[in-house]
Design a protein around this ligand. Sequence first.
Ligand code: ADP
Length: 502
Amino acid sequence: MEKYILTLDEGTTSARSLITNKKGEIVAVDQTEFAQHYPKEGWVEQDAIEIWNTQRSTLVQVLNKSEINSKQISAIGITNQRETVVVWNKETGLPIYNAIVWQDQRTAKYCEEMTQEQYDLVRKKTGLIINPYFSATKIKWILDNVHNARGLANENKLMFGTINTWLIYRLTGGEVFVTDHTNAQRTLLYNIHNNDWDEELLQLFNIPKSILPEIKSCSEEYGKTFPGLISKNDTTRIPICSSIGDQQSALFGQLCLNPGEVKITYGTGCFILMNTGEEKVESSHGLLTTIAASYNGKITYALEGSVMIAGAAIQWLRDNLRIVYNAIETEWYAGQVNDDRRVYVVPSFTGLGSPYWDSYSRGAIFGLDRGTKREHIVRATLESIAYQANDVISAMQKDLKKDISLLKVDGGASNNKFMMQFQSDISRTNVLKPTNIETTAMGAAYLAGLAVKYWKDIEEIKQNYDVDFKLEQSISEKDANKLIKGWNVAVSRTFSWTKDIE
Ligand code: ADP
């Protein structure tokens, strides 16, 4: 009877379940989107019960579709959208409020009003910055604004979790209340120097420790699924053996396991992570210190840069400007430009993330003249994604005082060869895309498989990595610098926009 690993990949817009075999091939996938709620400008919520139901139904579906039975699953792995907050009642198991999603900006004002001293303290202890993006201020908001939440917390009747914790709690029938180091660290309540929840940070955000889950590694058995999870008559209890944030999972899935190795995921946003091994590198260039993984008794770290709008800019061309019909044809349009018009698009629709962190910037197009055509705009939009990723790459090189020579890429937009070549050209690196770009799911699958010895060790996993393409830089350094100079001017002219026009 062939055995498999089942991964739950709970993303921002959909829940997916994937089954992987020993060769690291994905043999079945099921995916369902769930609803996004925007009750007020800047607010983003999801229904945690809907997330659970959607995730569970994809799990059942993927087994049905593939005709693989639950006894053939050696372990379940979990990877998830990070920072999103669920608070639920210990007695009923029901959330007391919708999940507040990582994109939600409702606590922006609260964050802005914190003192420089508090910013410094948080930066030192967490490796992150005070920002609505992370979980802490969202938890505080629920405790302060949901009827009787503080009362319930004082009676020790509340539980908080990011989505991994919520799923494990549900999958085990409410038996297990845990998180992992990668997810814990993104809450803003976790001290990266002693690897535990931090009393001073809990006090700062006025969050009682009693609501927090226990922190475990990314690769160990947390518990087993409750009997009847899959169907009434199926009493199999599958061990749940990995939990890791989605970006860290992609870093692992790309096998960026040594210091200096970098992955870029080009999805809706773009996330760039560099493994820094056991060293916690403190950035002086707008990057975040993140836990890369914890397994085999060891915690490793990464430097991270987040670009808010990447593939989303392509969706904007398609859905708002309606100048392309689908994302794939952007590559064709870009290839039609054969003049040297220097058009720049800065897609800072929701402000700028790393390394600028300017939430007042808004999008702009520069360098228009009477000859500018759709082709130029499409091409400049693709280029803008690469420029933003390059800003993060440059910041990493400055922080580490070392050159980066290879970028391992994945995510939907990494299929665009024009963009990948442009990335190689401006970043002065090779760009490598693996055949299997489901690296986010693969990271969690590998960590779960390692925990139950489905794979013996990392060496065995390395056999599974195949290359789709590898690109080398094709323009001179002088030309690359000229292009980047234009981008630097363009991006700086968008800074502070909404503030300046007040
Ligand atoms: P997510 O996981 O964030 O939903 P995906 O990894 O599925 O994202 O990638 C989808 C994104 O990639 C979309 O924003 C889409 O516009 C973009 N995209 C997909 N294919 C291409 C392509 N060939 N060229 C450029 N962008 C693309």
